[in-house]
Design a protein around this ligand. Structure first.
Ligand SMILES: [Mn+2]
Length: 280
């Protein structure tokens, strides 16, 4: 089938990414859910490549209770990642609670992707990091899968309502956050209120003798060493549009995707190894 000019431009851009990292960590894309922003994910991935790409869980949203929201852009994201793997990048998929079904495939490959529950990543400067989604560190009461189901149902119902309100009211640009978006991110933040989630994960990494932990799950992007070792959270692609990257020297930074109306989505560091309080 003939490609449109836009598709050709995307393909060319994807072959010449603006930023080449040593490692890229990205989580909580929630592909298939209503809150997902596939265009922003694709634009970021087209411009950011890495020798190793960790998909840190909740990439697919297989728990979504209504008909999955799936478009050509969703397909393009998966085929771009597949092309990256075929071109030599190592792509590692760490399942989360929303793509829990993939946990049955841990220790195997799905296409070009390695699937594993958790990974140990060694940085260019010799540090070792535990990489995992992080749902194993939920408070005991939220650990049951029924909470993922209830959460997905509430998220779907509220975002469906939000879509209808936007259609009727036509008051908000499509990319602007509504009150419902804000409420949903508050609920997520409340579920992970306090630093218990961070402490449980850093304790787990410390017990294994690691220098830090890199996770997703809470949708709260972070990069600090408040608990004695490095805690990095990729954030998400529903609200924060962030990722964690490692450069050729082993420096770790938190990338924030630039809003599409401002500039081409490239991702700029908002915190790095040299940020105050961040241990090397
Ligand atoms: Mn999760």
């Amino acid at each position: 089938m003939a490609q449109t000019l836009q598709e050709q431009e995307r393909l060319i851009a994807a072959l010449r990414p603006t930023h080449r990292h040593r490692t890229l960590f990205i989580s909580d894309l929630h592909l298939g859910a209503l809150g997902c922003r596939p265009e922003r994910i694709l634009a970021f991935l087209e411009q950011n490549d890495a020798e190793t790409i960790y998909l840190v869980g909740d990439i697919l949203d297989t728990w979504y209770p209504v008909v999955p929201q799936w478009t050509d852009v969703h397909d393009s994201i998966l085929s771009l990642l597949q092309r990256r793997a075929q071109a030599g990048s190592r792509v590692i998929y760490l399942p989360g609670n929303h793509d829990n079904a993939l946990r049955d495939h841990c220790g195997t490959h799905i296409g070009c992707f390695e699937v594993t529950e958790q990974a140990l990543h060694r940085t260019a400067d010799g540090r070792s990091f535990l990489v995992l989604h992080g749902d194993c560190a939920d408070r005991r009461m939220f650990r049951a899968h029924v909470w993922t189901r209830i959460g997905s149902w509430m998220d779907g119902a509220l975002r469906g309502l939000d879509t209808r309100l936007r259609r009727w009211g036509r008051t908000l640009p499509a990319d602007e956050r509504s009150a419902i978006d804000v409420i949903l991110s508050w609920v997520k933040a409340l579920m992970h209120f306090g630093d218990g989630f961070e402490i449980r994960l850093t304790d787990m990494a410390r017990a294994q003798g690691q220098d830090g932990v890199i996770c997703g799950h809470s949708h709260q992007a972070a990069l600090h060493s408040d608990h004695g070792i490095v805690f990095a959270n990729c954030g998400d692609w529903v609200d924060s549009f962030t990722a964690i990257a490692e450069d050729a020297q082993g420096r770790i930074s938190l990338l924030q995707a630039v809003e599409p109306q401002r500039a081409a989505t490239t991702g700029r560091p908002v915190a790095g190894k040299d940020a105050p309080g961040l241990a090397g």
